[in-house]
Design a protein around this ligand. Structure first.
Ligand code: 3HC
Length: 691
């Protein structure tokens, strides 16, 4: 960070204030101090006729400094500064390039005219952090654009480009060029009278209560986030005189700031970035200009789609022409979906498809820089593939397996180059889900790990470093806590009660609805695979096996825990199976509350998370949080399982586990890490900070 954060200079009658607070010019305390100094100096300088604000580096101002939230407010505050700027006698012009987000956009809206430089992105991402624009954005944007446009942006966090911002009236001019040069020229244009200025606060706006009510209904339908609702209330206050509206905005902002969702969402923001801080971060990634994918099933096709969308040429290999045709068909469908969702333009869609080649010959993969094997989970098949790859791939090529649980060390050992082998575990649908577990085997070279992370970034994914064990980070933890859902069914809850309690907690879908979607045969195969290693002391719930015996595999067969098609709802036959199994096990069902469901489920998740940390499979608690946020639909407003654990506290978690252990001491064991944390009063956040 530069020492001053702001460059203050004069170019004739134009007073220039340049923000220089790398990497994104967040409006930190230092930046605010510098801005105030500049404004005060130029206000007092009779030679300065106009003041121009611009950004040095990548952006104008990317918003308030998120790291300062919750740490007490230090003057000068951004909202007061903006009001001061708006009230100045001298015109102030904002020159925005790169990003003008949140507080940065609010600063621009308080200026007397706004110039956008081509390529600019603007928006209010505050709601993604559990906040609302707290420096006048909710009052000034509606005054400039009307309420409908403001409601399209502020409660959604949507970002728009410069041309749209100008079309909406949020910006006055669109131009091209270097920000400082444009600042000088725009200042001069204001003096010359060719660039008009006005105060946003002098405008007024009508607020239709029906439009507000409709926006609230839309936000409520989207889930449990508090900030979008309060943001809408703040926009509604734009009907008031500006001072009153601003006061209402501050009141609502403070409510958001104090809400637990805000801390969790800020944690999620940093989690997404913290995962890239790996021991191998200084290694130079190998260049990846082309990719090969082996296996054209759902996974392989999804991975190929992600790479094609990211601009990489892909060679897809399958065993037969028929299988290849199916793989190509899936990729075409995926790309058509991306086009429909406007993730791709027509032109990019066609170019992506043109980058795909298919083959049935392993030799044809030889030129690829990185190959990902995504065939079905059979160790012998995978070993054979890696032997072949070892024979044909160029030296330096990276060899990856997309296995969800198999031992990467054993796969790597089949090759004469284990340093080039790693796991790249994608999540289905691979072109949509953002998580990528990057599984580092014993001999994986640091630059191969770095290559995995570089690929994740290129594909727009969140790469998380994981160690080798059955299921790595995510599936290992999942296979543990998922059992709790079955235990609860045996003990008295219905699958629907469990799903609804967990959906109420914030998961998009409960575990039984997810099982039906994934296919109950998948779980059955896992149980079969693990049967030989199952400890006889482990409680086993046969309900899912009984459902599968009937050929009911969930959605794809029209029934599972639920019925699909024209007979929606819980499957009554499953209720019968559950009753029989309870009777067989001699269990009298008991009343189980929603709170108990959530407590047991989450406690099991956290306990296995703690063990994953102890075993070194995940580097830090935040890596586990990222895995669950980006791969398992964990509610973002709860920050991730380990963040959530800290809101409960290690002592309480230990107490819960000890209580549950009275009935099942095999499953419920206190992880030593959690016991130590309870004893010394530490948190998972402390572990993150130490890492
Ligand atoms: N405050 C503090 N740090 C920030 C930050 C912010 N507002 N925005 C980004 N950073 C940090 C990141 O943590 C990262 O740090 P690291 O290198 O140590 O991990 C670094 O800047 C670079 O960020 P990215 O890796 O995200 O860089 P990209 O180029 O991919 O993206 C960006 C740039 C689009 C600006 C993106 O960082 C972003 O969306 N930032 C968040 C912007 C935001 O939410 N602003 C609103 C803040 S709330 C507010 O303004 C309240 C106001 O209404 C009062």
């Amino acid at each position: 960070m530069s020492e001053t954060a702001v460059i203050i200079e004069r170019e004739g009658p134009v007073g220039l204030i340049g923000f220089d607070n790398p990497p994104v010019n967040a409006a930190s305390h230092a930046l605010r101090v510098g801005l105030k100094e500049g404004i005060d100096a130029f206000a007092a300088d009779a030679g300065v006729k106009v003041i121009a604000l611009y950004g040095v580096g990548r952006s104008f101002v990317a918003g308030a400094d998120i790291r300062e939230f919750g740490k007490g407010r230090k003057e000068p505050l951004l909202n007061a500064l903006i009001t001061e700027i708006e009230a100045l006698d001298k015109p102030v012009v904002a020159i925005c390039h790169g990003y003008a987000l949140g507080g940065g956009l609010e600063l621009a809206l308080g200026c007397h005219t706004r110039v956008a430089i081509a390529g600019l992105t603007v928006g209010f991402p505050e709601v993604d952090l559990g906040l609302l624009p707290g420096a006048g954005g909710t009052q000034r944007m509606p005054r400039l654009t009307g309420v409908t446009a403001a409601l399209d942006l502020i409660p959604t966090g949507k970002r728009i480009k410069a041309d749209e911002a100008v079309a909406l009236g949020l910006f006055d001019t669109l131009t091209d060029g270097d920000p400082r040069t444009v600042a000088v020229a725009s200042g001069q244009a204001v003096i010359d009278g060719t660039l008009a200025t006005r105060r946003t606060c002098d405008l007024s706006v009508d607020v239709d209560p029906e439009v507000i009510a409709a926006a609230k209904a839309k936000a409520a339908a989207k889930g449990k986030l508090v900030a979008p609702m309060k943001a809408i209330e703040a926009v509604a206050a734009a009907r008031l005189p500006i001072a009153e509206g601003l006061a209402e905005e501050v009141r609502l902002f403070q409510e958001c700031l104090a809400h637990p969702q805000r801390a969790a969402l800020v944690h999620a923001f940093f989690a997404e970035r913290a995962v890239a801080k790996i021991p191998e971060k200084d290694a130079t990634p190998r260049e990846v200009a082309s990719l090969a994918v082996i296996g054209g099933g759902t996974m392989g096709s999804g991975i190929a789609t992600a790479a094609l969308i990211a601009g990489l040429p892909v060679t897809l290999m399958e065993v037969s022409d028929e299988a290849l045709a199916r793989g190509r068909g899936t990729i075409e469908k995926n790309l058509a979906g991306a086009l429909k969702r406007r993730k791709l333009t027509e032109e990019k869609h066609d170019a992506a498809l043109a980058r795909l080649t298919t083959t049935t010959a392993v030799d044809a993969l030889a030129g690829a820089d990185l190959v990902i094997e995504a065939v079905f989970e059979d160790m012998d098949v995978k070993k054979e593939i890696f032997r072949k790859l070892d024979a044909v791939m160029e030296p330096g090529a990276v060899l990856a397996s997309n296995t969800s649980y198999l031992d990467i060390d054993a796969i790597a050992a089949e090759t004469g180059r284990p340093a080039d082998v790693l796991g790249l575990h994608f999540f289905s649908p691979a072109h949509i889900m953002r998580l990528l577990e990057i599984v580092v085997a014993e001999k994986t070279a640091p630059e191969v790990v770095a290559t995995g992370f570089a690929l994740a970034k290129r594909l727009g994914k969140v790469g998380v470093r994981a160690g080798v064990c059955d299921g790595f980070i995510g599936n290992r933890i999942l296979s543990h806590y998922r059992k709790v859902a079955d235990y609860l069914v045996m003990d008295g809850a219905s699958p629907q009660e469990i799903d609804s309690a967990l959906e109420d907690f914030g998961f998009a879908m409960g575990p039984f609805a997810v099982a039906d979607l994934a296919g109950l045969d998948i779980g059955m195969m896992t149980r079969k695979r693990l049967a030989p290693t199952r400890d006889p002391r482990e409680r086993y719930v046969p309900i899912a096996d009984r459902i599968c015996e009937r050929g009911w595999f969930g959605r794809k067969t029209g029934q599972g825990y639920y019925l699909y098609g024209d007979r929606e709802g819980p499957n009554p036959a499953v209720a019968g199976i559950i009753e029989e199994e309870r009777a067989e096990a001699g269990i009298t069902p008991r009343e189980i509350t929603d709170d108990e469901i959530v407590e047991r489920y989450m406690t099991a998740m956290i306990a296995e998370g703690a063990r994953v940390l102890e075993d070194g499979i995940a580097q830090r608690p935040v890596d586990i949080d990222a895995v669950f946020l980006f791969g398992y639909g964990f509610p973002r407003f709860r920050g991730g399982p380990m963040f959530y654990a800290d809101t409960i506290g290690a002592a309480e978690l230990v107490r819960r586990i000890e209580t549950y252990a009275e009935d099942d001491a095999f499953f419920w064991r206190v992880p030593p890490l959690l016991a130590r944390m309870a004893a010394d009063g530490t948190t998972f956040a402390d572990l993150d900070e130490r890492a």
